[in-house]
Design a protein around this ligand. Structure first.
Ligand code: XMP
Length: 507
């Protein structure tokens, strides 16, 4: 296990992902919350930071329990921190040091730079620079503009780099992390999807024993993989509930339900479409629609959970990015977000003990774990789909007829993406039913019908996104199919807005 201390860099999660790509497990902790059980960690990585070591708010944790005792790799701010507070000097740089640079000097015969040669491209992103190395600092590498691009501390296994090895533009970044973790810190590379499954199944068995667990399946990747892991661990004592809110994609409820049954899951499909539609009647404000759907879901799920006698656990498909505690803009520990439920009014299933088997994984790791359990590639490769479903893609109020129209349009679009081999190049796609009618002409007749927008984006985490440059031929064919086949639609537009400033969903 590797400890990554976060000083608030936008790249901290990338460090964790690169480390894990080396089949080494790691955890991110805020810089000011160093875990007590340090013996569990083989090495420590200090992240970058938006702060300056010279500022009043400089983040300055006490590393005396770590330095000289564990191998340390300090990145960017981490490197400046080591220099500034240990006898070196950090000052504002004369030139902007952002973007690509090349290592122009590397100290020969250093394990740290094994298999990395002069000329290697690195990614810089800093406005301070290290003018003088700290006490016992030994220069390891320079770039044209940055003299002290890498150094180590004599007598310690402490290494520091000004550039970011975690960013893909640092072409030998992964090699450098491997040199530090494998060749210097001597960490084993044995954290694989298979080992994760084995360990997790064992842990789940110990934790849960013969208890019963209830889990809500959504058709998405996370809940499905969580269910498979629990199924491996406790078999029939896992009770899955898959609710049809009537806002899923065309045929999705029955198809996915069959798929779950084929996987051997003990799953109950609950068709509550009518209940959801009734609750949505007349609502057109997006947040009110979301709330109504959330409320009905809780009611339906609670009713179903009550049907299972003596259930004691609630399983959730929470993943790592949802639980990482971040460092806030003021440099303090960020306030933990707590939902202020009225405890007396909580539905009973929310009082169950919680089990979250995917809590340590990034999304791509969830997919790999699923694949290693033999799960269907189509299920694992599914685009994200929002909980409120088509309700937030039907702008304004919702009726059964509008849902039907949008399901037809969406199916033509998504199936088209699959047929054209475009589905896997797109991070998320869907159709939006707009609340406007426009004039058209079909045959000799004038029409006055609905307009739909198509949206397809590329993204890594949904936080930022860009529209996908889909081939014109594909858009042309899809538009024709939609207008010819879906009654009530006479116009199709393609959304070419990036996020930010737009969002992925229209509501
Ligand atoms: P936006 O529209 O905020 O969407 O750019 C970012 C990602 O979040 C999904 N999304 C939701 N998911 N409940 C969900 O479970 C919601 O209310 C919700 N709103 C947006 C959206 O599909 C995209 O993947």
């Amino acid at each position: 296990n590797i400890l990554i201390l976060d000083f608030g860099s936008q790249y901290t999660q990338l460090i964790a992902r690169r480390v894990r790509e080396l089949n080494i497990y790691c955890e991110i902790h805020p810089f000011n919350k160093i875990p007590d059980k340090l013996e569990e960690y083989k090495a420590v990585i200090l992240s970058g930071s938006p702060f300056s070591v010279r500022g009043e708010n400089a983040l300055h944790p006490d590393l005396s329990k770590i330095r000289g005792k564990k191998p340390v790799l300090a990145v960017c701010y981490g490197a400046q921190y080591l220099a500034h507070f240990s006898g070196g000097e950090v000052a504002p740089s004369d030139t902007r040091e952002y973007g690509r640079a090349k290592l122009s000097y590397i100290k020969p015969n250093e394990t740290f730079f094994k298999n990395i040669n002069e000329g290697s491209q690195v990614w810089m992103s800093h406005s301070d620079t290290i003018k003088h190395l700290p006490t016992k600092g030994v220069l390891l590498a320079s770039t044209h503009d940055v003299q002290n691009a890498a150094f180590k501390i004599e007598g310690e296994e402490t290494y520091a780099i000004q550039f970011h090895p975690e960013v893909y533009h640092s072409t030998d970044g992964k090699q450098l992390l491997e040199n530090f973790l494998v060749h210097i810190a001597k960490v084993n590379q044995d954290w694989t999807p298979q080992s994760f499954v084995e360990e997790t199944v064992e842990e789940l068995q110990q934790k849960i024993g013969n208890d019963k667990v209830v889990l809500g399946l959504s058709g998405g990747v996370d809940s499905s993989v969580a269910a498979m892991l629990l199924h491996k661990a406790i078999g029939k004592n896992l009770y899955c509930i898959f609710v049809n809110n009537g806002l899923l994609r065309k045929n999705e409820f029955l198809e996915v339900l069959d798929q779950y049954k084929d996987m051997g899951l003990n799953v109950k499909g609950v068709d509550a479409s009518a209940r959801f539609l009734e609750a949505l009647a007349g609502l057109s404000d997006p947040e009110e629609k979301r709330k109504a759907i959330g409320r009905v879901f809780i009611e339906v799920f609670d009713d179903e959970a009550h049907e299972i006698s003596d259930v004691t656990w609630l399983a959730q498909g929470t993943i790592y990015p949802d639980v990482i505690e971040s460092v806030s803009a003021t440099g303090g520990p960020s306030a933990t977000i707590k939902s202020h439920h009225n405890v007396g009014g909580l539905p009973d299933f929310m009082k169950l003990k919680i089990v979250e088997p995917l809590k340590a994984l990034f999304k791509d790791e969830v997919r790999r774990v699923g694949a290693s359990m033999g799960m269907d590639a189509n299920l694992l490769g599914r685009h994200p789909f929002p909980g409120p479903g088509l309700a937030i893609r039907i702008l304004g109020d919702i009726t059964a007829e509008k849902v039907r129209i949008l399901q037809e349009v969406d199916a033509i679009f998504i199936n088209g993406l699959k047929t054209w081999g475009l589905y896997d190049q797109v991070w998320q796609a869907g159709a939006i039913l707009l609340p406007v009618n426009s004039v058209g002409v079909m045959g000799d007749e004038r029409t006055y019908e609905k307009c739909v927008a198509l949206r397809a984006v590329e993204s890594t985490d949904g936080m930022t996104a860009d529209w996908v440059n889909l081939p014109y031929e594909f858009l042309q064919k899809t538009s024709n199919d939609i207008i010819n086949k879906v009654k009530g639609v006479n116009r199709v537009v393609y959304d070419i807005s990036s996020k930010p400033p737009a969002t992925i969903e229209w509501e």
